[in-house]
Every structure is written in C-alpha cells, then in structure tokens.
Design a protein around this ligand. Structure first.
Ligand SMILES: *Cc1c(COP(=O)(O)O)cnc(C)c1O
Length: 408
C-alpha cells in the first residue's frame, strides 16, 4: 500500500459523489461534454485569497503568477481578487490582455525575453523585471525608439535561497536575475538613462511547506532590498518579495502556517529600515492561489489484472497531469490525492494502480492505492490539479490532445 496525498478541504458530497461548486462530478462531465476534464472552482480561489488578506498585513499586495493557470476565465476571476499579475512571456502578455487585465497591473519576469516581447511590453506599459545587463540595455534602446521611458525593475539573484523549496530560484549561479553585487551599478545606469525606476524583484524559490523557511526568506529579502536601496542611494518604489508558499500534495504534507507568516511579516512591516519605509510590497503566488481549486476528472476505460495486481486504465494521464505522474521535477514518485469521484463517500476496499492511456510506463496516476472498488465507466478525480496541470503537460504526446477545462 502506498498512501494517497491529502484531499484539499472545500469539496462536497452529493448523492455519494464528489461535488465541486455544488455540482456533482458526473453532472460537470455531462455539461463539459466528456473527460478528461479540468474543473476549477471560483469559490475555492475566492476563499484562498480571502484567507491571505485576513492573515497578511494590509500593505502587502498580492500578485498572481499566471503560469500556474493562465486560462482566461481563471484570469478574470483573479482580476477581481488580486492586485497584480506576473507573466513570463509574450504569450502570457497576450493572455492577460485577452482577459481584459490592465497592463499597468502586470510585471514581466523570465530569462530570454526577445526584443519583440520587450517592445510589446514597453508599449503596453507593463513593468519589466529585468534579468540581465544585456536585457536592460535592450529594453532602454527599445524604449528610446518608442519614445517611452520603460518601466524597469531589476530581478535580483540573491546569495540565499528559500530553504526546502521544490524549485530553487536563487543562491549561487542561476540563469535568473542579476547577481546581487551587480545591482546597484545597473540600477544607477537605468535611472541615469531616464527609465522609470520600479524597484526590485527577489524570488527565492517555490513550493515550500516550511513556514519558518518562508519567514526567514522574507526577512532576508527585506534586509537585502534595504541594503541595495542604500547602495543605489534611492528609495525603493516597489519590492516584489517573491512567494514560494507551497500546497500539500503528498501524504504527511502539512499546509503552510499562514497566521505565523502573517504575524512575522507584520512585525517586519512595523520595523522597516527608513529607505524602504514607503516602498510598495508585493508577494507573488501561483499554485497557492489556484492549485487546490482544481480537479482533474478522467474516466476508467479498462479494469485489468497483471501478476496479481489490479490496473484501472483511464482516458487521462501524464499528457495533462505530468506532475501527478511524478515526472515534473520530482525525484521519488509519490501519490497525489486521488479518489473515485462517483463513489466519493465509499470506504476503501482494494489496492489498485491507476494509470493513464499512454503507452509508456511513466504514465501513472496512483501506485498501490487503497480505493473503493471501481468499475469501467467510473470517474477518477485527481486533486491539486488547478496549477501546472493543463499547461505544464505534454498534451500533444501520443496524439492525445488537450483536456477540456471549465470554471464553476
Ligand atoms: C513560477 C514562479 C512563480 C510561481 O510559483 P508558484 O510555486 O506557482 O507559486 C512566481 N514567481 C516567479 C518568478 C516564478 O518563476
């Protein structure tokens, strides 16, 4: 037996079935037309942002990092909930514009921005989180060609990282940001060149469940920002402090301690060094805002035995759920939270392997899971599917094509 991850709070049961936003899984599948289907819950996103607003100091603004889930309906929900948006490509710029987001609320990070992406962002009035000296000079040149003073912030590659994070984005040699020692000189250069100085972006890592590590990283970010502002000899208009709040995917994972993080941040805000006393502070979160609000529904196509083990073969798989299959940045494969959606309140009765329909042994959704007895035609729900699902999976692999996606 291998344990399943914890099913997030906020889902209901109607007539024994998993319910999302007050509708049963089977009704949602009927409405969408077929499986595989991603269902995203507006109310769970609203609840999540409300919890953040309750616990974080008022002056901390919240950005949504859209790479977690960039579909237009989700962006429109987020647009009413959060303060700003972080994008990481010209394609994502097109998505936020399609969703009707004011480009003045958008900042654009990410290495390897092409000149045409810089030009589109500068013309739209998006803030660029500049990733290198070369990129800064290209942005300045494009700004002067457009006769616009570009909005430029510098992304810092800090000397520290977010301990315990799933994806490290700082500390040592990295393709992201500008080494902290080079920041003051470049900031002076961009201010001297007439760009709009928008401050700093310091992102230290992602998917951390270690609240003390998040608190330490935030303290380190604030101290570094103050030191750099002193060296630049200008107050800092904005500081994007990064995020990194993780969600529990696996058995034994505990959610981050939001009250503790909020209390520590309030303490920091009450004791700010003078040079950053009037700075606007942002945190940027992706999966924490949307990850637990999404469920991936797939239908059991076949039930078979092999060498004494039972396999439930579904019409979904790693082409939509690369992370749940264990092939997106994990070393040891563990089971995501998963359930038989139309037998949601039934007790576990058997040990099964749930697999996808792709012809590769990598395509697994659950190994040796304890589940109610399931038959062909039943629905399997994979939870924590709201972030890095549809867009972070190889949907063209084996000719499968994309999943359906709905917001309820
Ligand atoms: C990926 C990324 C995020 C979002 O990470 P989550 O783990 O989804 O919160 C935020 N900021 C930057 C710079 C990123 O690259």
């Amino acid at each position: 037996m291998k344990p399943l991850g914890p099913i997030p709070a906020g889902f209901g049961v109607i007539d024994g079935e998993l319910a999302i936003g007050g509708e049963t899984a089977s009704a949602l599948v009927q409405r969408a037309g077929d499986t595989p289907l991603f269902v995203y819950s507006r109310s769970l996103m609203q609840q999540r942002v409300a919890e953040l607003r309750t616990h974080l100091p008022d002056r901390i603004k919240i950005n949504y990092a859209i790479k977690a889930n960039p579909i237009v309906p989700v962006l429109q929900v987020m647009s009413e909930l959060v303060d700003g948006f972080d994008i990481a490509s010209g394609g994502e710029l097109a998505m936020v514009r399609q969703a009707g987001v004011d480009p003045a609320r958008v900042s654009f990070a990410g290495p390897g921005k092409r000149d045409r992406e810089l030009a589109a962002a500068i013309a739209a009035g998006v803030t660029l989180n500049v990733e290198s000296a070369g990129e800064m000079r290209r942005a300045l040149a494009i700004g002067s060609k457009q006769a616009i003073a570009p909005k430029l912030a510098l992304r810092v590659n800090p000397d520290f990282e977010l301990r315990g994070s799933g994806m490290k984005m700082g500390g040592g040699a990295k393709p992201f940001g500008i080494d902290q020692g080079c920041i003051p000189e470049l900031a002076k250069e961009l201010i001297g060149a007439g760009a709009q100085w928008c401050g700093l972006h310091i992102f230290t890592g992602s998917q951390s469940l270690d609240s003390d590590a998040i608190i330490d990283a935030q303290a380190n970010v604030l101290a570094l920002a103050a030191r750099l502002a002193e060296d630049i000899d200008e107050p800092l208009p904005k500081l994007n402090m990064g995020g990194g709040f993780g969600i529990p995917y696996f058995h034994g994972d505990q959610p981050v301690d939001l009250p503790a993080i909020g209390a520590a941040l309030r303490n920091q805000m009450n004791n700010l060094p003078e040079i950053i006393a009037n700075t606007e502070f942002y945190i940027e979160l992706g999966r924490y805002l949307v990850g637990e609000a999404g469920v991936y529904l797939t239908t059991i196509i076949d039930r078979k035995e092999s060498h004494g083990q039972t396999y439930l073969v579904t019409d979904g798989g790693l082409h939509h759920q690369l992370a749940a299959s264990g092939n997106f940045g994990t070393v040891v494969r563990r089971n995501y939270p998963l359930a038989i959606a139309n037998r949601f309140d039934a007790p576990p009765e058997e040990e099964v392997n749930v697999v996808g329909c792709l012809c590769t042994p990598l395509d697994r959704l659950a190994d040796k899971a304890q589940l109610p007895r399931a038959e062909v035609g039943d629905l399997v729900a994979v939870f924590c599917a709201g972030a890095y699902g549809a867009t972070a999976s190889p949907s063209a692999f084996l000719g499968q094509g994309p999943a359906r996606e709905i917001l309820v």
